[in-house]
Ligand binder design. Structure first.
Ligand code: COA
Length: 228
């Protein structure tokens, strides 16, 4: 099913997309003492409850078509992912700290994982088109019991960012999760990703906590356990 955003409809949709508060703690992180080899990344977690309004601005874009992922969209998903995610993926931060992983640049890792997610559940992946060109995507998932809906990977091609398209796409994901009956909505992002934080807050999510991510290469003979 296709969904067409027109200017007038955008105002109505923007109201529908809003959902509201839950009360959650803001945690802080520090990288004091992190090992030279350790990658140290903060991730923010947001939650929202369906059904309540926020003061979100209306969508400032018309002419966007949103539909589920199709097999022929694979190249566009890969291209957008490679173009959009600079500075805001774990894969890039990890590569900066530790070097290439599995011999592949971070863009390949990220594009591969987004595409795999779309192909695994095409019905949980939406693409946004303008004049027939795919310019963004947003994915979602449901907990086994259907109570928690999670906003997954999402991106808008840099040429199209800053025009309300990310908010519209993720708003449509939220609408579909709400229609599926979820009682809680969640999303996680990195502290580096100010644009994503803004979008989630515009859509009524509130920060729950911050997670620290560590990683390192194996160190020779470190276990202290003598093999038997
Ligand atoms: C996140 C993303 C999808 C948003 O798409 P978009 O089409 O630009 O989103 P919108 O135009 O609807 O909204 C972006 C908002 O972020 C704000 N923003 C952008 N860069 C910002 C920054 N560095 N600091 C603070 N706010 C910023 C914009 O001003 C806008 O807010 P406004 O409407 O109040 O002015 C896009 O930036 C993207 O593809 N990022 C790379 C992938 C990514 O990080 N995905 C999220 C993973 S959790």
């Amino acid at each position: 099913m296709e969904l067409r955003f027109r200017k007038a409809a955008a105002h109505r949709l923007s109201r529908r997309f809003c959902f509201g508060s839950g009360v959650y703690v803001v945690g802080a992180g520090s990288n004091d003492g992190a090992e030279a080899l350790a990658a140290f990344i903060l991730e923010l977690h947001y939650q929202g409850k369906p059904g309540r309004k926020t003061g979100m601005k209306s969508i400032a874009f018309s002419g966007l078509i949103v539909r589920p992922f199709q097999p022929g969209d694979a190249d566009a998903i890969m291209e957008i992912t490679k173009a959009a995610w600079d500075g805001v993926t774990m894969a890039e931060l990890r590569e900066k700290q530790l070097g290439l992983v599995e011999g592949k640049p971070w863009r390949e890792h990220k594009a591969g994982s987004v595409l795999a997610q779309c192909q695994r559940r095409p019905d949980w992946a939406l693409v946004g088109l303008v004049n027939g060109e795919i310019i963004g995507y947003a994915t979602m998932s449901l907990s086994p019991g259907g109570e928690i809906g999670t906003v997954g990977n999402n991106a808008v091609h840099p040429r199209w960012q800053g025009r309300g398209i990310g908010t519209a796409l993720i708003g449509e994901v939220v609408r579909r999760l709400e229609a599926a009956g979820v009682r809680l909505l969640e999303v996680a992002t990195l502290k580096e990703d100010a644009a994503a934080q803004r979008v989630y807050e515009k859509l009524g999510f509130q920060e729950v906590t911050r997670t620290l991510h560590y990683s390192r290469r194996p160190l020779a003979g470190e276990s202290g356990v003598t093999p038997v």
